[in-house]
Design a protein around this ligand. Structure first.
Ligand SMILES: Nc1nc2c(ncn2[C@@H]2O[C@H](COP(=O)(O)OP(=O)(O)OP(=O)(O)O)[C@@H](O)[C@H]2O)c(=O)[nH]1
Ligand SMILES: [Mg+2]
Length: 331
């Protein structure tokens, strides 16, 4: 993945670190005979170190968060379909603002410490405590934003690591037609397969060795036949992979309709994909051939005239077809 995001410490932990660092740095300061000077410089150090550390932690997300424009268009679309940017971006802004507030407060309190006069040495500690109290409440106010941001980091870290240097086959089709089963049969991966639709919620990657060449196979969440603006975020992940990564496509159809969707709708979806991705070779597989009746296969072939019928144990045929497709298709 192109983006590496780091978690931000939760506000309590962060504040503890700020104070600890401040204390250590103040302790490390050279000896100072003059009582007033000592009290002042210690206080200033504490205020400075704690505020700066807090500010840095609050600016990091903004600096690390990739500007979407710079990302590969596949990741741009995938991130939009995976993360809750409507919440993440305001959270990042909020943290940034908290850092700035801390810096402003730092200047104000350093001013207070500097203004201390002889006989007021004791007040230095009170100034630091007051500053710490205010810094803690700034951190507390950023609590929600930090939580929101950390949720994003967690999700971003789970984004698939696609390889742009390999030829890529996208496995697509209606839900529950057997796409993931095919990924499992063609590669050594052991993805989750279930007898209900919408099992696969994110892109799953497997690799296929073809001679010396490694091919990337991506299993996608099931798609319904509907316009893009009606598609949910999970479907959009499949669309992003189809649009930006496919060198060729394996379209899985279920002629038995046991997937729960009529052939006609499945065929419409294929039509839409063909229209949207002109020029990219598509291999149509009539899956579940082992349990399909003759009539069902016949109806399947009518709905998908170019389909190859599939049953169990035909991985090698499928692999050959994929190899042919990749050879003939655009690179
Ligand atoms: N009999 C038979 N069943 C199959 C075959 N391929 C898949 N199935 C079954 O069909 C169901 C759906 O399989 P999946 O591989 O999860 O289908 P999918 O297309 O990935 O489904 P979603 O991820 O929900 O879109 C499971 O119960 C599989 O066991 C096949 O060739 N023959
Ligand atoms: Mg699946």
């Amino acid at each position: 993945m192109e983006i590496e995001l780091n978690f931000v410490q939760d506000q309590k932990e962060l504040i503890e670190i700020c104070f600890r660092k401040a204390r250590k740095e103040a302790e490390r300061m050279g000896k100072q005979r003059d009582r007033l000077k000592k009290a002042k410089s210690q206080a200033i150090k504490r205020i400075e170190v704690s505020a700066n550390y807090f500010n840095e932690a609050m600016q990091k997300p903004a600096a690390a968060f990739p500007y979407l424009k710079k990302l590969h268009p596949f990741y741009k679309e995938l991130i939009e379909a995976t993360l809750d940017l409507d919440k993440t971006l305001p959270a990042i802004k909020r943290m940034k603002a908290s850092g700035k507030i801390a810096l402003r407060l730092k200047r104000q309190y350093i001013g207070k410490a500097k203004a201390l006069e002889k006989g007021e040495e004791r007040k230095a500690k009170a100034i630091v405590s007051e500053f710490y109290g205010r810094l803690s409440s700034i951190a507390k106010n950023a609590e929600q934003a930090i939580k929101e941001y950390n949720k994003t980091v967690k999700m971003a870290r789970e984004l698939p690591n696609v390889r742009f240097d390999l030829k890529t086959v996208i496995i697509a089709g209606y839900p529950n037609t057997g796409k993931t089963t095919i990924l499992g049969r063609l590669t050594k991966s052991k993805p989750k397969i279930a007898e209900y639709p919408f099992t696969t919620q994110k892109l799953q990657i497997g690799y296929l060795e073809q001679g010396y060449e490694k091919v990337q196979l991506i299993d996608t969440p099931g798609l319904l036949d509907r316009p893009l603006e009606k598609r949910n975020k999970i479907e959009r992940k499949a669309i992003a992979a189809l649009r930006h990564l496919a060198n060729s496509i394996v379209f899985v159809a279920d002629p038995t309709e046991r997937c729960g969707f009529p052939l006609e709708k499945q065929a419409n979806l294929l039509g839409e994909i063909e229209k949207e991705l002109k020029g990219i070779p598509i291999l149509v597989v009539l899956n579940k051939a082992d349990i399909a009746s003759e009539e069902e296969i016949k109806a399947g072939k009518k709905a998908f005239p170019k389909a190859i019928a599939e049953g169990h144990e035909i991985e090698s045929a499928l692999k050959e077809e994929i190899a042919k497709m990749l050879k003939n298709g655009p690179v």
